[in-house]
Structure formats: C-alpha cells, structure tokens
Design a protein around this ligand. Sequence first.
Ligand SMILES: Cc1ncc(COP(=O)(O)O)c(C=O)c1O
Length: 375
Amino acid sequence: MFENLVLSPELLPSDPRFGVGPSLVPMDYLEALLATGHHLLGTSHRQMAVRSVVKEMQDGFRKYFNLPEDYVVLIGNGGATFLFDMIGLGLVKEKSAHFTCGEFSEKWFKAHANINWIQAEQIAVPYGEGVNPGLVKGADLICCTLNETSTGVMLTELPKHDDPDVLLAVDATSGAGQIPVDMTLIDFYFFSPQKVFAGEGGTYIAFMSPKAQARAKEVAKLKRYSPIVMSFEHAIENSIKNQTYNTPSVINFFLINEQLKRMNALGEKKVVELAKAKAQMIYAWAQSKRYLSAFVKEEKFRSIAVATIDVDNRFNMDELAQKLRDLQVAYDIEGYRKLGRNQLRISLFHNIQMTDLKKLLDIISYAIEQNLSEI
Ligand SMILES: Cc1ncc(COP(=O)(O)O)c(C=O)c1O
C-alpha cells in the first residue's frame, strides 16, 4: 500500500528519531563530547574529571526538579528494570501495592511477585485506561508509573495513604522532566535516562527521601537475601561521593548532563508547556481525521510525553512505519509490539521539535490519504 510513497525533501523532518526510547540524542552533544578529547572518556570514574560531571548532573536534577535538600540523588547501573528488583528486595517490608495499566507497570509488579518473602498486590486497569488511585491500605510500599510508555497513559493523581510509615515509589521513566508531580509526596522517584533526558540505557537515576533511606536501613537489618550490587547502602554511599558502586558509562553521564543544561536553561514550567503544545497538536490531528483516533479515550489520561494513535485497520501502520524507516524519514513509530494494535506511538519528548512533529503528521496523513480512493 505504501510501497510507492515518494516525499519531497522540503516535507521531511530535520531528524528521523521519533521513538519513545531510546530517544533522539542531539548531535551537538556528541560534538561537545568529542571536544573533551583525552580528558574524560577513558579516565577513572573515581577521579575528579568524571566525578565533576556526576556532581553537575546531580545538581542539575536537584535544580530542575526543585528537590528537597534532604533527598539523595542516586545514580547507578542497570536502568529502571534493575530498580524494580532492587526496590522489591530493599524497600518492601511485607507488602507492595502496584497500580498497573500496561506492560512496564506490570513488569514492576511481576518483579515483586517473584520475591516470595513479600506480598505484591496488583490493582489493574485495562490497557489504554488511566489509573484513579485513591486511598491505599495494607501495603508498606505503593508503586505507580508516571507515564505508561506501552500505552501512552499518564498518571494524573498520586495514590494516597494515611499511614506515615508507608512509602510511595514512582517509576517516572518516560514522564520524568515533562509530567510534573509534587516530589515532596514521593519517597522514591526513579527513571532511566533514555527518554526525555536524551541519554542511553543502562543507567538509573533515583531521588530518595529520608523516609526511604530509613526504610532501606530497616529492611537491610532483616538480613534477607539481596545481591550486593542491589545494596541501597552502597548506592547511597557512592552517590554522595558523586560516584557509582561499579563502573558506569561516562558517555551516558555526559549526554544526560548536556540535556539537563538545556532543560534547566528553560526551566520545568517552560518544558512542560512545550510538551503540552505538542500533545495538543497530535491529539487534535487524531481528532481531525476520520481514519485516526487517540488510543486513550479519556482525555485527561492522554500522555504529554508519548502519544498512541490508533489507525483504521484498512491502512497497515506496520507497513507505513517500515516504509518511513526505509526512507530514513522516521524511526521507531510502530505501536508497542505486545499491544498488537494498528497503532502509531510517537515521542513528544523535549528534543522533538514542534515543526518536525508537524511534518511527520503531515507525511502520515499524506501517505494514508493517497490510498483513500483505492479502498
Ligand atoms: C515506564 C517504563 N519503566 C521501565 C522501563 C524499563 O527501562 P529500562 O529498559 O531502562 O530498564 C521503561 C522502558 O521503556 C519504561 O518505559
């Protein structure tokens, strides 16, 4: 259907990377990295050259998120998936409660359900629906996902509890930086940086409240099994020294730090405004075409970081996504594979330019509308 698609150069976006992670890394960050020459990459992560990048990054996160002074900014290897297990092993006393609405929130639940000395409760909604969390009772750790990357559903309200000993943990992987939350209500906020923060995979970033730090100590005293690499004590100790427990990817820290500088120059409010403008554009586009519809039906849950758009089954989106990939016009806009829908999933992350997004949407409409007469 799309094999004969031809696009003239002035229609093309300036960058084809529209994927929801790994995401677009600006080329000037790579140039800046190259300019560090012999003095950063290939040097020890225990020495000042690398540690000062880590410190700048930690300070950059503090500033961007306006973090309370007494939160620690943890940096470690392994990404959000690694933290799913680390949290289950290191922060849960008896029971965690999980709000699930897609693949990643379920993965977190399953990681805890796999640890047989704690209980894990799943509070699920069908894929494409949002979470209305309300008051949670009976769990000592509550888990929720700020932006469910698989479905394009964002969280609009944090779960509540009425017990001062309960911790709230938020997987913010694809929402961090763009979906604002009250950080003072959250004890463990974490993400992988290959989304809004334009890094690569393999690193985790986490903000940990004093209450969560105390809980980690309390759980460690129970002497349950936990791999040493998942020790919160080591993670905290090293992060305070602007280091990581084991050898990290320095390139990743460099990229994240560049992105933080760019985002801090604007401030969170402006970044969120830009994200909302892109979201408004893409959902209005979906509404304006009779062959499109937003996958997330309830408007307030439509993500301002990851858009999921259903397309009339007569137009095969896997085919179109493949064609745009072959033409090097757009990469990674296929729907989440396990959802199995005729869908496009498009990044609204900070580095996606509004003008590029507009061009991509016009290209998709053009490609589909060329075939309207044939069916
Ligand atoms: C919401 C969410 N949580 C967790 C993960 C897992 O991140 P990682 O692959 O870096 O472990 C992802 C990855 O896309 C995600 O989107």
